[in-house]
Every structure is written in C-alpha cells, then in structure tokens.
Design a protein around this ligand. Sequence first.
Ligand code: FO1
Length: 320
Amino acid sequence: MTSVPRVVVLAGGVGGAKFTLGVREALARAGAPQATVIVNTGDDLWLSGVRLQPDVDSVLYALAGVNDTQRGWGRAGDTERVNEELQAWGAGWPWFTLGDLDLGTHLARTGWLRDGLTVTHVVERLSRRWHLGIRMLPMTDTEVDTHVVMADGSRLHFQEWWTRHRAGLAPVAFESPGIEAAVPAPGVGEAIANADIVLIAPSNPVVSIGPILAVPGIREALSTTPAQVVGVSPVIGGRVVRGMADVCLTAIGVDTSAGAVAAHYGARADGGVLDAWLVAEEDAAAAASVDALGIRAVVAPLWMTDVDASAAIAETALAL
Ligand code: FO1
C-alpha cells in the first residue's frame, strides 16, 4: 500500500451515508483525505417531473452536514409547502414527501439532465456546492430501476413498496430493469482498479450494494483489483440496524445473519467479492464460519452511533 491509501467505498442509503462520514473522518485523522464513494442509483425515480436520486442525496446531504438525521432522508429543517400543493393537485404520490429544499436539489438535477449533462456530471455539480472531502460517483450514468416482485407476479417500484407499504408486502424477488445495459460510470472502473482498499459499506446488500455489483463490469473490477476488499456487516446481533434489509434478504433466500450475508457476497478467491468481513461483537460466534468461507473475519464494535464510532469502524477496516 502507498503511504496515502487510495480508498473506494461502495454505498447506498442511510447506512452507506453514515459509514462514508466515518471513512472521511478516519482519513482526515490519518492526513489522507482522498476517497471515492460509488453510490447506488438503483432506487432513483421520476416523480412529478423531477429526477430523484435518494441514495446520492443521502450521501451528499450527510457529507455536507445538511441531512435530516431524525427522519434519515431529506434535508434538515425542510418545509413541505410545495408538497402540499402537489398533493392538492393530485400529483406525485400521496405517501411520498418532497421537501421544499430537497425539491431544489431535484429541480437543479433535472434541469442539468435536460440540458444534456450526464448523471456523473450532475453528481459532480451537486458535490461542488459543499466541501465534501470525498469524490462522489454514481454507479452508472444510465437509468436503472428496482422493482419488487410479489408472489402473484405483480410488481411495485421499490420506493412504493418501501415508503407506502413499509416493506409489509412479502416479495419473492427483486428486479433491476436497465441493469444489463448499464455500464460503470466514468471513473468507477479506474477508481476500483487503482484502489488500495475497497470498502463495502453496511448498506442493504440487496437493494443498495446489490445493484452496484450487478452493473456489468463492476464485479469484474472487484475481482481483479489489487486492493483489499473489506465489507462491513449490516447485520448486528442477527438483526438489521434500520430499514428493510431483513425482508430483502429473506426474499432472496439469505438469512439475516452476519455469516449468511458474508456468504452471499462470497470470498474473492471463490468468485465472490470479499477478502475480509467486519463482524459485530454480538456476532463473534459467526467469525469461524466466515473464515471457513475463505473470508477473513474481523470482530469489532459496529454500531454507528456517531461519527467517532463510524470512524473507528473505518479505521479497523483501513488497518487491514
Ligand atoms: N422515505 C420515506 O420513508 N418517506 C418518504 O416520503 C420519502 C421521501 C423521499 C424523498 C426524496 C428522497 O430522496 C428520499 C425519500 N425517502 C422517503 C427515502 C427513501 O425512500 C429511502 O429511504 C431510500 O431510497 C432507501 O435507501
């Protein structure tokens, strides 16, 4: 490894945003503030004429320090005047809130997309407003959706399944229309190939990390990079910390356990993506089974209660 480690993070959602904050803090303490975060765009959507990128915005707002930490999405202190008007018009989704400040982001993004900018350029422009200290890249420039498939064959957009039904309808599968035609966004392949360490954030393995790994070329880049690929378990004590990853894992036949998620990602030596896997202290008993997969298990505290706790997790990973 060079003296200034080149760090790449794969991330999505609140877990990804919190972890990315920790990575930035850990690298700043080490005097090496260079990192790239590759963000899931699989749960993006068009609504009321604007392009929403929930995971990009979660990471962007968290790095900028303007995120709503209570709700876990959107801008702190946001108001909902435009949303009330949209509801009065019967536009958009009645269960899906677009905050006023948040809408400013969506309008700016949509305008730039309509001007012909790529998603990568738009993310770069959005990042310029604040000093983020981390380069953000979308996983791909083309549109990829996430659809949730029910037992009767019906499909819902992921955002409807999650925000309207709170993941209460049991899915049998997840589909990603557009993924086969997707290519990694410019810079993604190079960042992975030139990294010293690639960190897989404790994000939802199915709908956050899953789409990133499913972009043709990204899995291959991970399998050939000289970097260490280190994942952080999103499962602590046999439970997901937040969100609906447990329902997603069940749908694809994976137990909600640190060991099962490690097996789902697989060992790099075995065609998977992991060299090492950070397991919570509560799941220390799973370490032996993870080691047996050919993935080095490292037991550590994994609760991201604040930036210091997230930075400590990042430091443990970076020390590998
Ligand atoms: N999550 C909700 O639970 N309810 C909402 O009304 C909602 C609105 C929303 C608007 C913009 C945006 O970027 C995200 C939003 N989210 C909302 C969060 C989002 O549904 C998910 O948490 C993520 O997509 C999962 O990573």
